[in-house]
Design a protein around this ligand. Sequence first.
Ligand SMILES: [Zn+2]
Length: 184
Amino acid sequence: VAIVRARHSAVYPARFMLIAATNPCPCGYAGEQERCRCSEADIARHRRRLSGPLLDRIDLLVSMERPDPFAFGRPSTTSSVRLREKVQEARERQEARLRAEAITVNAQMDARMLRAYIPLDRACEEILAGAHKQRMLSMRGAHRALRVARTIADLDGSQDLSSSHLTEALCSRPEACLSRRRAA
Ligand SMILES: [Zn+2]
């Protein structure tokens, strides 16, 4: 992070996780037929404001449904305590695997490490090649998807990366979410 004031500037190291939210359209009600007042052109213009190069750097895109007002107060199916344990276990697996590289999490793996630590079987290679061919995935996007897929496998307690881990990671990418929305 670079901080610049009148005569001085300072650069500090920073490692951050970006979490962002946006409305689906200018009025905020896209997907709810009667309530949304936006035209197709309004919605297209709104979505173009999220540039490809920005989306390419985002790993997970989740569409949130408007909550059912009657669901408040209902107990959730997974407790935060259990989820925390699962995340901790997954992080320990990553740390153990990456110890020799002096990094601790999958997100820090560079291209060489991806090749070394994520051997791909035939099915995974075909999925990646297919996504690439459909212009769904840039090289950067593919690397990001592999890191996410490896983390999904770690949450699963799985040694190997399976095609279902990779598919899940690709389905959470902005390219997939936005093309699903466009189709809907
Ligand atoms: Zn709208």
